[in-house]
Design a protein around this ligand. Structure first.
Ligand code: AMP
Ligand code: MN
Ligand code: MN
Ligand code: MN
Length: 283
């Protein structure tokens, strides 16, 4: 069933979104979302709240997370959907994955201080709803508040990315571990927004092949940040690699996200929707 307003990728204050799980559930319902998932970065601490909020809105819900992975010298994101939210394996793996974030944030602030921006660690922390999950997004919000940049896209053009002040390379989870934590917890692993990594064709082929060999089953074909050409490219990749297809806005904030919850093109009708693999996991 492809024609379903599923939105299976967004963030709350438990990671780097600005809305609570309850506010997201209400917004998703108001926007006509028919199947929702909350996919906080490296965290499942918001899942019970999301399950309860979705139930209150009579909104079908799949558990979710977005795991940070290091692959071919870059950071890749693997979404997990429909896992058991009480899985100790996933909880512990994610705790280890986010464990390095505080030290990384302190190094980011040291770099920013060298280019004249003081107090970035404390400043970013004020924006972090979950101090365990301080991310570049929180630094971006601080840099906008401090008047260094006009908006967060400008921050990511001038700072916090490779070769720019405030970028600290980091070792995240391995692809194998991330996929296995999700799969062994009863979920489906999904390659998030593959168009965003800037991989060569060979690197992308390696990512898709290795992901499949570890038990990954789906890819995001429709996501908030794509061009219409990318929808076609990744629909073809889904067919080539025999992967199911997912759809998600990657909504973070009403003030920052250009794609609202549920406001996405439909999944192309010839693809197998990831939710067809998860019918028995819907809350
Ligand atoms: P981190 O996990 O700390 O490396 O932060 C990654 C987060 O930064 C992503 O999940 C996005 O929310 C945000 N981000 C990364 N690149 C950009 C960009 N070019 N524009 C806006 N947000 C970005
Ligand atoms: Mn984010
Ligand atoms: Mn992502
Ligand atoms: Mn995301």
């Amino acid at each position: 069933m492809s024609i379903l307003n599923a939105d299976l990728h967004c963030h709350s204050v438990i990671s780097d979104g600005t809305l609570t799980p309850e506010a997201l559930a209400a917004r998703a319902k108001a926007n006509g979302v028919e199947l929702w998932s909350l996919t906080d970065h490296d965290e499942i601490g918001g899942q019970q709240r999301a399950i309860a909020a979705a139930r209150q809105q009579s909104l079908p819900f799949l558990t979710g997370t977005e795991v940070s992975v290091s692959f071919a010298g870059k950071t890749v994101h693997i979404v997990g959907l429909g896992f058991d939210p009480d899985s100790g394996l996933l909880r512990d793996g994610l705790a280890r994955t986010r464990g390095g974030r505080d030290g990384r944030a302190q190094e980011m602030a040291e770099q920013l201080a060298k280019v004249g921006i003081q107090g970035a660690y404390e400043g970013a922390l004020r924006f972090a709803g979950n101090p365990d999950l301080i991310s570049r997004t929180h630094f971006a919000r601080f840099l906008v508040e401090a008047g260094v940049c006009q908006d967060t896209p400008e921050v990511f053009r001038r700072y916090l990315t490779e070769g720019k002040p405030g970028f600290v390379p980091h070792r995240w989870a391995s692809l194998r571990d991330a996929v296995q934590w999700i799969v062994q917890s009863g979920g489906v692993a999904v390659i998030a927004h593959p168009g965003r990594y800037g991989f060569t064709a060979n690197e992308e082929f390696a990512l898709f092949s290795e992901f499949k060999s570890h038990g990954g089953q789906a890819v995001e074909v429709v996501t908030g940040s794509y061009t219409s050409a990318e929808y076609v490219t990744y629909a073809e990749m889904a067919i080539e690699f025999d992967l199911a297809a997912s759809r998600g806005s990657d909504f973070h904030s009403p003030d920052e996200s250009h794609t609202d919850l549920g406001a996405l093109p439909w999944l192309p009708g010839h693809l197998r929707p990831v939710w067809d693999l998860l019918t028995d996991r819907v809350h």
